[in-house]
Design a binder for this molecule. Structure first.
Ligand SMILES: [Zn+2]
Length: 113
């Protein structure tokens, strides 16, 4: 399950940053998740829940920011919302679409104490 390795690396990264600031614990973790990142949100929640046990994030609030997919047509330059990686251009029907947004999967910020 790749959500588990993602959750674990998020937790590690957050702890690393918290330690650099001599924090005792992490109060909040903010994640950015693009809707094209290929993440099962339910699986990620579950993975995070088990990954934070015994870490500085044990009682942290996890905030998830969802990012909608956005693409630009390589043929007619139209910019539009995409819900899958294989959405054709709504203007000209081309599949030569460059994904601009929506593949993000990152730790945006942490709140420490
Ligand atoms: Zn187009």
């Amino acid at each position: 399950m790749h959500e588990l390795s993602i959750a674990q690396s998020m937790v590690e990264l957050a702890e690393q940053q918290a330690r650099q600031h001599n924090a005792e614990a992490i109060e909040e973790l903010e994640l950015e998740i693009g809707c094209l990142a290929g993440i099962e949100l339910f699986a990620l929640d579950f993975a995070l829940e088990s990954s934070v046990k015994g870490t500085m994030l044990e009682n942290a609030r996890i905030v998830r920011r969802h990012i909608d997919g956005q693409g630009r047509c390589g043929d007619c330059e139209a910019v539009f919302t995409v819900s899958t990686l294989f959405t054709p251009c709504p203007v000209c029907g081309s599949y030569a679409v460059n994904i601009l947004k929506g593949k993000e999967l990152r730790l945006k910020s942490i709140v420490i104490k």
